[in-house]
Design a protein around this ligand. Structure first.
Ligand code: NDP
Length: 296
């Protein structure tokens, strides 16, 4: 449709960050301290360094304490686990995030499992995945939770809608499907072995693409009036004379605009939501730990 709506994730995320910033002083008054987020970065992965720096900045801007722990690339598993245990025991730390991916010699799963589930603001611990699957209160992965917020803001009640999630990672696809199920959608999870993916996607009122393949979902895969959340972040090869290629999502956005009711752009859609939800999860974890009501 000519009137396709571009979902402004940047603006929504700014609003969410503002609401958190306003809620933090109330926490400080009641708890006698600011919420604290500890971020652990191992090694020098350039993308991870950028993410950790922007998380640090956003945490401080929200009025929270930010504890950064930068460890060398050759850090031993036992030393990393010991740091996580020290952060678990630290009363001033409400959220612990170990920036992934870790260098290859480290066991990511074991490190995530060492985090106190009540401080697991990335929502990756099996206890939180299990709580989410059981429909219980859980710390939920930031990217899918941010995606759900955008969907509810766009559509209101999601009850009864057909949702297709393309991708089944622990970080994005699986928790996204659980969240949509929790909103009473009829959920289909598609992945690399799905047969006839275009036809599966064509059934959907809601499409969440979390694959990591540039512009894989074509315009004519989309039902007229569908709402599309494009989680993918893919950098194209640079055009001649340029040193960096364009960022695109997993959806062919220009084509999609002829079909959809609304779609998130890349960049400026889901991406900005991830850090805003991390701050929200930190405030939620802090409130629970302090025995205070869950922030709105
Ligand atoms: P993973 O690589 O962990 O998972 C990709 C999923 O896509 C897998 O389940 C895989 O299926 C599926 N897949 C791969 N190829 C196909 C195909 N041809 N058809 C259908 N499904 C396919 O990626 P993530 O979930 O971690 O991330 C997905 C994307 O989202 C990436 O581009 C990433 O950069 C981006 N991302 C963005 C974030 C943000 O803040 N906006 C945060 C996190 C991720 P199978 O399981 O069968 O292998």
């Amino acid at each position: 449709s000519a009137g396709a709506h571009i979902i402004d994730g940047k603006a929504f995320a700014a609003g969410l960050r503002e609401r958190i910033k306003v809620a933090v002083p109330a926490f400080v008054t009641q708890a006698g301290r600011a919420p604290g987020l500890a971020v652990v970065l191992v090694g020098e992965d350039p993308a991870s360094q950028v993410y950790v720096a922007s998380k640090h900045k956003a945490t401080l801007a929200a009025g929270m304490e930010s504890f950064e722990h930068r460890l060398p690339a050759d850090t031993l598993q036992e030393d990393l686990i010991a740091l996580v245990q020290q952060l678990n025991a630290d009363e001033t730390v409400d959220g612990i995030l170990v920036q992934l991916p870790l260098p290859k010699h480290l066991d990511e799963k074991a490190v995530v499992m060492a985090i106190d589930p009540n401080k697991d603001v990335d929502g990756l611990h099996v206890i939180n995945a299990g709580r989410l699957a059981n429909g219980e209160e859980a710390l939920t992965p930031c990217t899918p939770l941010g995606s759900l917020m955008l969907l509810k803001d766009t559509l209101g009640d999601l009850s009864g809608l057909d949702a297709v999630v393309v991708g089944r990672s622990i970080l994005v696809g699986k928790p996204m499907a659980q969240l949509l199920l929790g909103e009473n959608c009829t959920v289909t999870m598609a992945h690399s072995r799905t047969r006839n993916l275009p036809d599966v996607v064509r059934r959907a009122d809601i499409v969440v693409a979390a694959v990591g393949r540039a512009e894989m979902v074509k315009g004519d895969w989309l039902k007229d009036g569908a709402v599309v959340i494009d989680v993918g972040i893919n950098r194209l090869d640079p055009e001649p004379g340029k040193d960096r290629g364009r960022l695109v999502g997993d959806v062919a956005t220009a084509e999609a605009l002829d079909h959809v009711r609304a779609i998130t752009p890349v960049p400026g859609g889901v991406g900005p939501m991830t850090i805003a939800v991390l701050l929200r999860n930190t405030l939620v974890a802090a409130s629970a730990r302090a025995g205070l009501a869950k922030p709105g």
